[in-house]
Design a protein around this ligand. Sequence first.
Ligand code: GDG
Length: 487
Amino acid sequence: MWTKESLKQFIEDKLKNNKFIVAANREPYIHRYGVDGIECIKPASGVTTSLDPVLQACNGVWVAHGSGDADKKVVDKKDRVAVPPDNPTYTLRRLWMDKREENGYYYGFSNETLWPLCHTVYEKPKFNEEDWNYYKTINRRFADTILDEIGDSEAFVFLQDYHLCLVPKMIKEAKPSAKVALFWHIPWPNPEAFRICPWKKEILEGLLGVDLLGFHIRYHVDNFLETVNQTLEAKVDKVTSSVVFGGMETRIRPYPISIDYENIKTYSKTQECKDLSAKLKHDLDLNFKYLGVGVDRIDYTKGLVEKFDAIDRFLEKNPQYHGQFSYVQVGALSRIHISSYKQINDEMNSIVEKINWKYSSEHWVPIILIRRHLTPKELIALYKLADLCIVSSLHDGMNLVAKEFIAAVDDDKSLILSQFTGAARELPDALFINPYEPNGFADTIKQALEMPKEEKIERMKRMKEIVAENNIYTWAANVIQALLKIS
Ligand code: GDG
């Protein structure tokens, strides 16, 4: 089983003379002005949650967009700052963009084009030439910053996600000896869905600059291979799972991402965590016998409205749970400048308001929304209070919340999981739901609450074993080992 220490040792042994550079749009630490001066927060993002412990283990450099209003204040002349702030182990190199660039590259092309294109949730992608041009400009800026970090050294470059499709080719053209991998954190759609993109060739050509391309699950790998097959004049080998294009070979592999299981588990058993749980219970006035929990960025792919519909149906069918069951939803606002995000946020507020009006009594509110950003410790303390967690995504690459819940809670708890998440493939002991089917979903909530304790324990124990073994260090080690094998 890989641990933080064994990964650190492995990287020190194997990557001795190489720089290890990770690049992602989102930075792992954001500096912003708070009431007591500059504060540093960890963003609500799956990519940063998973990669921060890896970087801590291998003392690398993380290149990202500096998005905090105090970010410029804390960097040195090369735009670098050491992180984590309380115990620095690696370097964060920030790059900058103005509002128009951020709008075109991030909100526009990344999140109004690629995000809906890759998630099958029937949100129509927007294809805007100006956004595409900003996307190219910012990808060039990422590539130049990474090349500046590499300098004359040899390097392993590990790129993250759909924001940086064009960077691999740019790096390989300037530095052919660099070993480059990219991990795609969201689903890759089937070729029928992808073929509508006017810039599909450029995107695929950009991506095929990597030596290794990772997806969460085999299904996304197969979709990618078939997309290339139908779009480019390339040699696609489905048996070896590789593509040869422009004289270069790219291996395409599934690597299910995960969490720092031991870290979450260890903290969840401390007195500090117990005290924090008690404080949350008091502050939120959690007056319940049973508690459900959900933690999602407010995003139309996460199935939030569908989840509240199911809770409504559950309470309607089961009046015996009135005054007994409450549900806490942590909802970090996300991409709010995009109208579909604003709309889903409004819709969620209104359905929660409707349900609370319909059922609440003097001492009981069925749904409690937490709209502030919680610290990672508070999240663990909250998971620990719950009897069940609901993940209701309409489509999700993996979903880390499901795994965090498993790591944090005692064995007699239940995970209700959408069958349309990558995590569903790894966790057969979860209780599966189809978020589009509110009746069955409502019955599964009841099933989770009434399942015999022994069965809950058996299921949870098996899920814990899986997540403990396939933790974030296993994921990173598998990617790096595969990259090392490429000569
Ligand atoms: C993408 C893919 C894939 C949430 N609120 C707060 C907070 N969070 C943290 C959670 C979790 C993370 O954000 C969300 O991760 P997910 O995996 O659930 O979802 P995405 O952000 O959509 O992530 C996804 C992931 O990348 C990794 O590859 O699993 O499929 O869409 O860690 O705990 N963290 C804190 N405060 C909050 O209020 N500190």
